[in-house]
Design a protein around this ligand. Structure first.
Ligand SMILES: Nc1ccn([C@@H]2O[C@H](COP(=O)(O)OP(=O)(O)OP(=O)(O)O)[C@@H](O)[C@H]2O)c(=O)n1
Ligand SMILES: C[C@](O)(CO)[C@H](O)COP(=O)(O)O
Length: 232
């Protein structure tokens, strides 16, 4: 099929910054694990062919149970990830058979269909895309002694999010090149940039938060409640 898309949802992290015993992607939000909320958004997309869920090796079985319990039929595989996000993504993309792939963090459950479709359209148009928002604060570069060494022009600074969308073959090559050079990046666009690809940023929403630290859970509860009220 022309321009067919798959998605890799990465959820193999340990959530060190959250500091909970249970990894943050499995914490309950409105009565369901956070990862289930994220999978539900992608499962409802009519044009999406397949979803690969990447989890911790010890969590594959309970995630498979949730896939059945919540009727997440588009999930084609639940597989174990690696010790770094980059390794988890690589394991996931090796399972994709679509021409295009979207990578999404399992802990960004508030992404909307509208944002996902903007990201998809921009990738088809430009070759590769990421969602992002302009930064609101003034950002400083600071050295090891706490001294400010620079103030980048805020006009050029964006906080990038997921999904990030790529042609599968380009992303596989970019990951393989990074692994060969022992380079680890914090997102997939970085690997594509290193491999010489242009990546376009599509303006998303500030509400597409990555649940990272305990205060994010309070905001997530607020966003979840608001989402429920919007449906009523
Ligand atoms: N080895 C890893 C590390 C991260 N992730 C996933 O990548 C996403 C973004 O990562 P982050 O928020 O940093 O999650 P953690 O690595 O779990 O958090 P921390 O850095 O605080 O330990 C999360 O959905 C996380 O589960 C992953 O699949 N495999
Ligand atoms: C991919 C990402 O969510 C974009 O904001 C982010 O870079 C993940 O980084 P983290 O270091 O794993 O939080």
């Amino acid at each position: 099929m022309l321009n067919d898309f798959g998605a890799v949802i990465v959820a193999a992290g340990k959530g060190t910054r959250m500091g909970t015993r249970e990894s943050k992607q499995y914490l309950a939000l409105g009565g369901k694990p956070i990862i289930v909320h994220t999978l539900e958004v992608f499962s409802r997309i009519p044009w999406l062919q397949e979803i690969v869920l990447v989890t911790g090796p010890e969590d594959v079985s309970r995630c498979q149970s949730w896939v059945h319990e919540y009727g997440l039929d588009k999930v084609s595989a639940v597989i174990p990830g690696g010790s770094e996000r980059q390794q988890s993504v690589y394991q996931g993309i090796k399972q994709i058979s679509s021409e295009w792939v979207m990578i999404h963090d399992g802990v960004r459950p508030f992404v909307t269909l509208e944002e996902i479709e903007s990201c998809r359209d921009a990738a088809i148009r430009e070759g590769a895309s990421v969602l992002g928002v302009p930064v609101k604060d003034t950002i400083k570069q600071v050295n090891g002694q706490g001294l400010i060494t620079g103030t980048p022009d805020r006009q050029s600074l964006w906080a990038v999010q997921t999904p990030q969308a790529f042609r599968l073959s380009d992303l596989l090559s970019a990951h393989e090149a990074a692994a060969k050079e022992e380079f680890t990046g914090t997102d997939d666009a970085m690997l594509m940039e290193r491999a010489g690809h242009s990546v376009i940023v599509v303006e998303g929403k500030y509400s597409n938060i990555k649940i990272t630290t305990p205060e994010d859970l309070e905001y997530a509860a607020f966003l979840q409640k608001r989402k429920g009220e919007d449906k009523e």
